[in-house]
Design a protein around this ligand. Structure first.
Ligand code: ADE
Ligand code: ZN
Length: 338
């Protein structure tokens, strides 16, 4: 194996941008549809994969919401999460901070507790059996109104001691971060971390709003920040992490070609970028696939790989001592792969 592929495979990594519903592989979609008596508009697994051709974020979201309708019981959410954790083990992802979209389920009559406990029990099992640590981030769907998000935060109240933070996802353009000012303020008052998708399809102004208005701890994606040099300078100064998702960017036409992916430019500008899979079942791969795609397309080098992996732990919501342990392990690997 190419030494960079080997390095990527062997390095312990953290994943900070992965929607658990986006890890629903077509095989499991069919299995759960059968288990729950749900009709799918696809003949077979191949037909599902063939449908995964997107021109923009909304194209993808339409299939993503349809796909998640097979998730109905606590066991379904457990199985989904457990399957993702197996992929983490395969990729040597030792810590993961996963997004979940409760409104995508409660709107279909699935209780918040069903979603939460199913995911949670798998994460506990992941820590016990695989040694993978994790956190949960509750995302608000931005195409819905803020009242719905506020109700969701209230519903989450009994679970907040097991939720590290809130996020903002779904259709970006036309739904600026400022629409969610009150619910993010309330989340902050409750001691929750805050992240938001911004600058994926939306303008740099949305990134500014997320940083200055929502006071986020990380920006998810953030690609379009590059259009605004003053914003880039501010992000660098505050060491704001950007959780970048290369294969998602390609599949959703945020970049035309992987060879044009701005990951190197971001690193050279001093941005605190990390590599993540976003919706791995829909975009062609998990974390290591995303790193390997960059090696292939932009000749990502050893030092760049190490920086991106170090960034993943530094930008995580782990306590300082745990981050330090992971960073020391990365350094050990770096020495071994001179
Ligand atoms: N929900 C799941 N994946 C998403 C993405 N890449 N952007 C916005 N919302 C999402
Ligand atoms: Zn995302």
């Amino acid at each position: 194996m190419d030494t960079r592929r080997q390095l990527i495979a062997d390095l312990p990594k953290a994943e900070l941008h992965m929607h658990i519903e986006g890890s629903l592989e077509p095989e499991m979609m069919f299995e759960l549809a059968q288990r729950n008596g749900v009709d799918l508009p696809y003949a077979d697994v191949e037909a599902v994969r063939a449908a995964y051709s997107f021109d923009c974020l909304q194209d993808f979201l339409d299939l993503y919401y349809r796909g998640m309708s097979v998730l109905q019981t606590e066991q379904d959410f457990h199985d989904l999460t457990w399957a993702y954790l197996q992929r983490c083990r395969h990729d040597n992802v030792v810590h993961t901070e996963i997004f979940f979209d409760p409104q995508g389920h409660t709107s279909r009559g699935v209780a918040f507790a069903t979603v939460f406990e199913g995911i949670w029990s798998a994460l506990l099992r992941g820590e016990a059996e695989l040694g993978i640590t994790s956190r949960m981030i509750l995302c608000f769907l931005r195409h819905l109104d803020e009242e719905d998000a506020l109700r969701t935060l209230d519903e989450a109240e009994p679970f907040l001691d097991r939720i590290i933070g809130v996020g903002l996802d779904s259709s970006e353009v036309g739904h600026p971060p400022s629409k969610f000012q009150r619910v993010f303020d309330q989340a902050g008052d409750r001691g929750l971390k805050r992240v938001a998708h911004a600058g994926e399809e939306g303008p740099p102004e949305y990134v500014r709003e997320a940083v200055e208005g929502l006071r986020v701890d990380r920006i998810d994606h953030g690609n379009r920040s590059l259009e605004d040099p003053a914003l880039v300078e501010a992000l660098v100064k505050m060491n704001m992490p950007l959780t970048v998702c290369p294969q998602s960017n390609l599949r959703l036409a945020v970049v035309k070609d992987m060879a044009e992916h701005p990951i190197r430019r971001m690193l050279e500008l001093g941005l605190h970028v990390t590599v993540n899979s976003d919706d791995p079942a829909y975009f062609g791969g998990y974390v290591n696939d995303n790193f390997n795609a960059l090696v292939e397309a932009v000749d990502l080098g050893r030092e760049e790989i190490l920086t991106l992996v170090r960034n993943s732990f530094e930008a995580s919501f782990l306590p300082e001592v745990e981050r330090a342990v992971h960073l020391a392990a990365v350094d050990e690997h770096a020495t071994a792969y001179q």
